[in-house]
Each structure stands twice: as C-alpha cells, then as structure tokens.
Design a protein around this ligand. Sequence first.
Ligand SMILES: NC(=O)c1ccc[n+]([C@@H]2O[C@H](COP(=O)([O-])OP(=O)(O)OC[C@H]3O[C@@H](n4cnc5c(N)ncnc54)[C@H](OP(=O)(O)O)[C@@H]3O)[C@@H](O)[C@H]2O)c1
Length: 413
Amino acid sequence: MTELPKKTLRVGFVGSGFIAHFHLKSMVGVRNVEVTGVYSRSAEKRARFSEEVTVLGLGECRSHASLDDLLSADDVDAIWILSPNYTRLDVMRALHAAVKAERSRIFAVACEKPLARTVGEAREMLRLVEDAGLNHGYLENQVFATPVLRGKEIIWRRAALTTGRPYLARAAEEHSGPHEPWFWQGDKQGGGVLSDMMCHSVEVARHLLTEPGKPRNSLTVKAVNGTVANLKWTRPHYADQLASRFGREVDYRNHPSEDFARATVTLVDEEGNDLMIEATTSWAYVGAGLRIQLELLGPEYALEYSSLNTGLKIFMSRAVHGSEGEDLVEKQNAEQGLMPVLEDEAGVYGYTDENRHMVECFRKGERPIETFEDGLAVVEMLMGLYLSAERGETIRFPAPELEDYVPVVARRE
Ligand SMILES: NC(=O)c1ccc[n+]([C@@H]2O[C@H](COP(=O)([O-])OP(=O)(O)OC[C@H]3O[C@@H](n4cnc5c(N)ncnc54)[C@H](OP(=O)(O)O)[C@@H]3O)[C@@H](O)[C@H]2O)c1
C-alpha cells in the first residue's frame, strides 16, 4: 500500500503519439511530477519520447517493450492512457489484472477523451477502475482551458451570484480533419467527428453551466437531439485525397463516418430550471487552424471566447517560404498571410492545468473534478446524439436503449 501524499508522482505514458507529446510539453509547468516510463508498440517512437523527457528535464524515462513491463515497473505510480480509442479497454483490462494479481504498484490512472467508443465499453472502464481500487481521472482538457477557468470563475462569482445562474452554453470545435488513419475509421474510433470532438463540447458546456463546487451530476440530462452529415470528405476529390494520404484502410467513398455534427442537450438543475447546451463540431473547417468557440449566457451577462482571436498575430508576405508546420497553431493550414499564434498552446488549451490537477489529486489521494464517471456521462450523451440522428427524433433520458447501442458508422457490417 503506497502512503499518500507522495512527494513526487511518477507517471508512465501508454502511447507516444500526438497527444502524448502535447501532454509532455505541458508537464514542464507541473510540479511534483516525473515521467518515468513509456509504452507503445514502436521502439523508435518510444525512444524519441524518452529523449524528449530528458531534454525537458522531466526525469529518466524508461522505454518498456510491453505493456505488462510498464505496469509492473517499480518506478511507476500512475499511468496516462493516451493510445487510440480502440485500445482503451485492453489497456484497462491489463492494468486491472496486474493490480489484482499484485504485479503492479500503480494506484491511479488518467485516460484521454473519449473514455470509450460505446456506453457498454465506458461502463466497463469504470467497473474495472473501481474494482481495482484505483484513483481515476478523465482527461477533458477544455474544462481546464485558461479562458474557461478564468471566465467561469468571474461569471459565477460576480454575475450569476447577483442576477441568476447561466442558462445557455454554446460550444464549437472545428478543424480540417485528423492526422492519423484510425480517426477516420468508424469502428476503430467509435464514430466520426461527433465522437472525436463533440465529447469536448458537451463536457466543457456542462462544466460552464455547473455551479462551482457542485458535482457535475447536479445537472440532469433530460433530452438530446443530434444531426450528423458529410459535408466535405465524401466528395470524390476529397475521399480520394484521404485514400492517397492514408492508404486503402480509409475508404471514405464507401465507408465514411460523419464530418459534421450538431447537438442540443436539454438539462435541468436542482431547482427545476431548464438549461441548454448547443454544440457544433466539424472536420470541414479550413481556417488558420483549430478553432474552439465558447459562449455562456445568463439573464444579465454573456461570456464569449474564440481560440483564433489571439492577441498575437504574425503577418508573412508571399515572399516568405518554408516547410509546412503546426508551429503557430494546432491543425495549422497556412504559413503565409496574417496568422493567429497561440503563445502557450498547452496552457490555453488546458493541458497544463489539467495535468497539474490530476498530479496533485493522485499524489494526495484526492478525487479529481473529472473522473471516469464523467467520461461515462459524456459517452451517454454522445450515444444519445448518434441515436437521435439515426432515428431523426429527440431522445429522452434516461434511455436504457443506449446501453448496447453502437453508432451506424461504427458497426462493422
Ligand atoms: N484532448 C485532445 O484534444 C486530444 C487531441 C488529440 C488526441 N486525443 C486523444 O488521445 C488519444 C491518442 O490520440 P493521438 O492523436 O495521440 O493518436 P496518435 O498520434 O495516433 O498516437 C497514438 C499512439 O498510441 C500508440 N499505440 C497504438 N496502438 C497501441 C497499443 N495497442 N498499445 C499502446 N500504444 C499504442 C501509438 O504508437 P505505436 O505505433 O508505437 O504503438 C501512438 O504513439 C486518442 O484517444 C484521442 O482521442 C485527445
């Protein structure tokens, strides 16, 4: 039994891809943490990751050739699950088995969004983590985004206190499409953009509407209504572009998922007031880069935020040439003209505060504000939205039919 609080939390990463490197960058702004291990299948990617840990001064990171090796390492207290959605449950099952058999000293786990591809899988993730007696955190970075932290605090302390609670949260996240083939494969990812990005929007909106200090389930979901569509990537020219970029495994002509989704989620608070979330997401937005837009409206006030309305902008004329990159903003689409720049992406998107919160909670044995329970609640909303889109009707909650529901685009047939 590990004695808490621990002075330093030693973290092992499962996954060494895009988001693992983002988390690593953010860890520089987190105290009381070392990154001591990594597992993913490719030795080369693990080596690159370990080198970056050294460069950033985040500890000595051992590269493990198997998941079990990482789970049984005596210098790992917690793991961050950062591998693709279709690997989640296997990682969690292996962790559960290792802890139950006393092969592992791990006492906490954090998992990237979405917690799972279906309600059934998400419920199993929660059952396994609880049965193994582990502390758990759900990694929804937008809840920790600096504008969300600051904006929510001001709205609730000043405006809501004197004039009444907020009643409408709007959230949108859009970019020009994901970077790896598995995101575009409905069965592997769990769906299309609704599963991949609406998970952020519904949770950050629910968070903004929740009174500070109250649990997320102080708001109850009454009904959800969703629409999905294919606006861009099923057009023959763009479907072929995906095939040539990712190979035949991404067949968007015959097996597309959705590249657009919109949602309304109706909730009720403890006093019986109706609250509304409006969310929209797409992989069909070609602007400077990733765009997150948020609004929170109440009787006498409004908050609004757009991640591309940056204070820092850089203009580069047509005479400036160079390689393509994502060095100005995530999912960047251009290197010329007037470009918005996020000076501290890891901070603004929320990774730094998210990791600080998880590390401090795990180290001290406290419950994070986002747990696997919240991850499950998010998947329930998403599956409700997919079912609503499939049936063309509003789905009222509780909805027992969601327990074994699989979105059309994620069904193997
Ligand atoms: N919060 C956000 O805004 C955000 C943004 C992006 C992604 N994400 C989430 O983060 C997760 C990873 O996304 P990503 O963009 O990092 O994907 P990615 O770039 O494809 O990276 C996936 C990583 O997982 C490893 N991997 C693959 N299969 C594995 C397995 N069976 N066991 C262990 N590792 C395995 C891969 O390395 P090997 O090839 O070496 O195995 C790779 O390092 C996803 O769940 C995604 O939804 C969140």
